[in-house]
Design a protein. Structure first.
Lengths: 154, 527, 432
């Protein structure tokens, strides 16, 4: 599906567990890394490779919130809005981003550059408010630092 | 054995049993959804919470094993309050579909809401909306909103058929049962998920909106689809819900569901058997006796048949081919009749198709192959009879029963006088010298012996169409028409009693002994 | 105060194994593997009084002692490190993993030795991408140095070290859900018994410990249980503790102190006091959001397991969320309810249906369409959840709700009766 290199990566992952099913989460991560998201065809491939039902894989993909079933924006902004961040202004941050990007949370900009979601506690309460941009945490945000960050992204 | 007290009743319970199992076995109804004796324990519905003295909180009865000295209360105030609380939780997002839901009348949500609920809803928020009327398989319709996430259906597909079609998708309140997009729930046991679904989330398409269950009359019987003889409940309902003056002539089997028999089919039946009534109702019935293709009265046809058969028997050229779906009583009566007429070469059709599926379905589609072998003889094969026909040694043929194949002409060879006694129009019926309609699977009491030698009762679910009579009665009438000394049977039980007098596997077999779950009968010595 | 758990946090050189060893690292592992028996290690940890730092506070040595003393080759032992840190208000494990990964690995390996494990799986939440990366590097270094893999430090004990990333589910911090997830399933908690030591992951004997818990172990082995008992409040609340301070304080962050630090000292001295001079302390949730809230006047309490339990709340994950008088407690509780609603796995009825119900009612009250019966309804629904669920997430949703509604009843009533917020100055909008 994704080539022999990919299959080798998967083999190496499977070798770390006593049962192939345990490799579902790491293998799904690899799929998402390669394709940007996880489509149904990939789910079936994973199911077949690891010896489980396709419905089981789909159950995992839809349970764990970080797996994407469709592509997100190039810059996927995940704003923490749980209590500690809320106390330090996460809601104002979300409002500011919605206005600035012209989209509501859950949406992607038409040019595909940004997508914006609210997420739950990211374990960064001491540096609130903050968001995760793709893989990276950006902490101690102010509206100004956010604007500067957005401007720097292409 | 541990001694346990449940609601003041002291009892000895086998070690390893759960509180729920112990309570149910002694008639203490503990409400539950997700527990099913044929599946693993999930413990997620929380409906079976009970109070165990000295335990810090309520425990689920389905998962808690009994311990010696345990004192359980299944209806204490705490338990009653918890049950009401669980019922309330079940109902807050449940759609008010009762008026259009097939499950009404046999729905655990309804039953427990009445018995254990508070009667009033405190929920005034918007309900969750999910997909309704989702076609997920050839026979199964899914309504995600009605689902209570008990996971029985998922466990069934994982543990029994091991096909894993169904799964939980999404998370939390949005959890829903589903099937992988593009795939179908099309294993041969899909209908069982409808049986086990406690609510109307999974319903049978063939039964959708057919009738209300309270218009159904249930008869415990045995499937006629293969040599397993799964125990089933056949439900008969009116053609339409308005009472008609034609009354019971309209009665039809509306659905078949599994009936538990740990010795035969456990809790399950296959879809082929589940829908076998459709095949039966779809086939063209032999609507009346005929002689040489011309409609005749029953008495005339009986007389004509008697003449044809006895002529053949006296010439030593009578053959019999019986469908392996013919009940023992019929086979016995026809065997006696042809013997009294002068003898016949007996043969049983082979209905072996495909392979055993190693779950329930047998390759042998003859529900009574074993009974037929025991009555007609292990070596009595259709092939031998047809060979005799080909060799000119059989010129008169009695064809019994049906193979449900209207194009079947195998038992209508040229140059042979055929008497056909069966329910359906089929090859031999069309060209028979005499054809007499007999009762179909759902129309007469009888006995099947399954492939393991278990004798089980097939029951009449409704009056026969077209005045079709049980085969054994037709045989008895032929005997009378021919002046032969066959006993005057008045019921299938009479015939069975006569069969049971023969030394052999049917000794001890009776209607009472078979009861609802059948009884093992033994192979004839030397067979 | 001596920095124990955080001694390497400000030393970037400790990120490499050479630097970590240079600071004295892996001596404890060496001592354990080459001069102690597994049971002796367990005994030392038992004597130390170390209690789990993930939230439940279960005695660590006791948990290790539940494991079989002999390994059935058909049922290898597994040591799972719970790095799923998702309890709101909590960010201490992240600090250790990102800044002193080898401490975490060393503690994990000593624990693995004590329970005779064949492999350690570090289940790290998916969002900690950087933390997983740091751990991966450290794991490779540990293997290269022979601290993991075959015949560790020349002994007959072999043990693998694997970093396993989650993918976004708070419930996977629950130990049985963690095991379900590690096995490649949806993160559904399991019925107990069996307990993990009897039958855990892949139906094998398993022990699960939090990151911070195992981080204490090298110090216990190196310096002894008696030393550990001298830190904090012997006998049952011992050792150093990482406290997470967040919310309306000047200096939020992770602070190390012996167990039993007074809350006011954490907030006003270490944390620099309240964010705003004109908005004094109003409430603190001491243990991550899953524990009952304390009103300001209840905050004269030592931050240890037993002192907080005596106050009707819990130390939990020691994630203290500080709220000043500008906080609308209704909005705060609605936000907490949203969290549990989002994170409920959906397996069992009371939590699946109840968490959504709680959030919806709280949203209405916050937004101004609350009804007179709503407060009693919230209490009733919460009480119907507590004790009736498969795991503690239901309780974690219900207990805060009960404590907020009870202790800040006037605010809730004000929202209902007057459709406005008593906290006045700051109108916090609900998220929906």
């Amino acid at each position: 599906m994704l080539g022999p290199e990919f299959e080798k990566t998967v083999d190496a992952i499977v070798a770390k567990y006593p049962q192939p099913k345990a490799a579902i989460l790491p293998v799904l991560w690899e799929v998402q890394k390669a394709k940007g998201y996880i489509d149904l065809h990939s789910e079936e491939w994973v199911a077949s490779r690891l010896g489980v039902a396709a419905s089981h894989v789909h159950g995992c993909v839809t349970f764990y919130t970080m797996y994407k079933q469709r592509p997100s924006g190039r810059h996927h902004i995940q704003v923490c809005t749980t209590l500690s961040c809320m106390l330090r202004g996460s809601d104002e941050l979300v409002g500011h981003l919605e206005k600035k990007l012209g989209i509501k949370t859950g949406e992607t900009t038409p040019d595909g550059k940004f997508s914006l979601v609210r997420v739950e506690c990211l374990g960064s309460c001491g540096t609130a408010p903050m968001f995760q941009l793709n893989d990276d945490y950006h902490e101690n945000l102010t509206l100004e630092s956010v604007d500067r960050l957005l401007a720097s992204l292409d | 054995m541990p001694k346990v007290t449940i609601d003041g009743m002291e009892m000895e319970v086998a070690a390893g049993q759960t509180i729920l199992q112990a309570a149910l076995a002694r008639g203490r109804e503990v409400p539950h959804y997700c527990y099913h004796p044929g599946l693993s324990i999930a413990g997620n519905c929380r409906m079976c919470l009970v109070e165990v003295e000295k335990a810090p909180k309520l425990v689920i009865g389905c998962y808690t094993p009994v311990a010696d000295g345990m004192i359980v209360h299944t209806a204490s105030p705490k338990v009653i309050q918890a049950r009401a609380a669980m019922m309330e939780f079940f109902l807050i997002n449940h759609p008010l579909d009762c008026p259009i839901c097939d499950q009404a009348g046999e729905c655990r949500l309804q039953e427990y809401a009445v018995e254990h609920g508070t009667g009033v809803s405190r929920y005034t928020e918007p309900k969750l909306a999910l997909s309704k009327a989702v076609d997920i398989g050839e026979h199964v319709m899914l309504d995600q909103e009605r689902c209570i996430q008990c996971s029985r259906c998922i466990r069934f597909c994982d543990e029994v058929t091991k096909t894993g079609e169904l799964g939980f998708f999404e998370r939390g309140e949005r959890s829903q049962i589903g099937i992988f997009p593009g795939k179908r729930l099309n294993n041969n046991y899909s209908g069982n998920v409808v049986d086990i679904c406690p609510v109307g989330a999974l319903t049978l398409k063939e039964f959708r909106f057919a009738t209300r269950v309270w218009y159904l009359k249930n008869t415990p019987t045995v499937c006629g689809g293969c040599a397993r003889g799964c125990n089933v409940m056949a439900a008969v309902g009116k053609q339409n819900t308005m009472m008609t003056t034609r009354g019971q002539q309209d009665d039809r089997v509306k659905r078949i569901v599994a009936r538990v028999n740990e010795s035969v089919n456990g809790h399950w039946i296959c879809d082929v058997g589940r829908l076998s009534y459709e095949r039966e109702q779809g086939a063209t019935r032999l609507s009346g006796p005929h002689i040489g293709g011309v409609a005749a009265s029953y008495d005339d046809a009986v007389a004509a048949a008697s003449t044809v058969l006895s002529t053949g028997a006296k010439a030593g050229k009578l053959g019999v081919i019986a469908s392996p779906r013919t009940v023992c009583e019929d086979l016995y009566a026809w065997g006696e009749l042809t013997a009294l007429m002068g003898g016949a070469t007996l043969g049983v059709r082979s209905l072996i198709q495909g392979e055993d599926d190693n779950i329930l379905l047998r390759a042998d589609k003859g529900a009574n192959s074993k009974g037929a072998a025991w009555i007609f003889g292990e070596r009595a094969s259709e092939a031998d009879v047809l060979a005799a026909v080909a060799a000119g040694k059989v010129t008169t043929l009695l064809v019994l029963g049906d193979t449900l194949d209207p194009n079947d002409t195998a038992t209508a060879p040229a140059g042979v006088s055929v008497v056909y006694v069966g329910p359906f129009v089929s090859g031999p019926a069309a060209t028979a010298a005499v054809a007499i309609p007999s009762a179909s699977w759902s129309e007469a009491d009888g006995t099947y012996v399954n492939f393991e030698g278990r004798a089980q009762r097939v029951r009449r679910c409704h009056l026969p169409l077209h005045d079709a009579r049980p085969g054994w009665r037709i045989a008895a009438d032929l005997a009378q028409a021919g002046g032969l000394a066959m006993p005057a049977f008045t019921s299938a039980a009479d015939v069975l009693a006569a069969l049971a007098k023969r030394p052999g596997p049917f000794e001890g077999v009776s209607v009472e002994a078979m009861g609802l779950l059948g009884m093992p009968a033994s192979a004839p010595a030397g067979a | 105060m001596e920095r124990i758990l955080t001694r390497n946090i400000d030393k970037p050189e400790a990120l490499t194994i050479a630097g970590y060893e240079g600071a004295g690292g892996y001596q404890a592992l060496r001592k354990a593997v080459t001069s102690m028996t597994p049971d002796a290690v367990t005994e030392e940890v038992k004597k130390s009084g170390l209690r789990g730092r993930g939230g439940a506070g279960f005695p660590c040595g006791l948990k290790w002692s539940f494991m079989p003393k002999e390994v059935d080759p058909k049922r290898p032992h597994y040591f799972l490190i719970n790095a799923d840190e998702s309890e709101p208000g909590t960010f201490k494990d992240r600090l250790l993993m990102e800044k002193d990964p080898h401490l975490v690995l060393e503690g994990s390996l000593i624990g693995a030795f004590a329970i005779r494990a064949k492999a350690v799986y570090i289940y790290i939440r998916g969002e900690f991408v950087y933390g997983a990366h740091v751990l991966d590097r450290a794991v490779a270094e540990a293997y290269a140095k022979g601290y993991a893999g075959k015949n560790i430090l020349g002994s007959s004990w072999s043990c693998d070290l694997i970093v396993h990333r989650g993918a976004g589910a708070y419930i996977c911090g629950e130990e049985t859900a963690l095991m379900s997830s590690l096995e490649g399933n949806r993160g559904y908690p399991r019925l107990k018994p069996p307990f993990p030591a009897a039958s855990g992951v892949w139906a094998c004997p398993t022990t699960i410990n939090n990151v911070e818990t195992v981080a204490n172990v090298p110090f216990i082995i190196e310096r002894g249980a008696d030393w550990f008992q001298s830190v904090g409040k012997a006998p049952k609340n011992t050792g150093p503790k990482l406290y997470c301070l967040s919310g309306h304080v000047k200096r939020p962050g992770v602070y190390e102190a012996p167990l039993g630090l007074p809350m006011r000292e954490l907030i006003y001295e270490l944390g620099g006091g309240m964010l705003s001079e004109d908005r004094p302390l109003k409430a603190v949730i001491p243990g991550g959001s899953s524990v009952p809230v304390l009103r300001a006047e209840e905050c004269d309490v030592d931050l240890d397991f037993d002192s907080l339990a005596a106050k009707g709340t819990m130390l939990g994950s020691a994630g203290l969320m500080v709220m000043d008088t500008g906080t609308c407690m209704v909005a705060a509780m609605a936000r907490i309810a949203h969290f549990y609603h989002h994170e409920s796995c959906g397996q069992c009825t009371p939590c699946r249906e109840g968490c959504g119900w709680l959030e919806r009612v709280l949203n209405r009250i916050e937004g101004g369409t609350g009804k007179q019966d709503d407060l009693d309804l919230l209490l009733s629904v919460s009480n119907n959840i507590i004790g009736n669920t498969i795991c503690a997430l239901g309780d974690a949703a219900a207990m805060p709700a009960i404590s907020f509604v009870t202790k800040f009843k006037d605010e809730f009533k004000h929202h209902i009766d007057h459709k406005s917020c008593l906290s006045g100055t700051v109108q916090l909008q609900g998220v929906r």
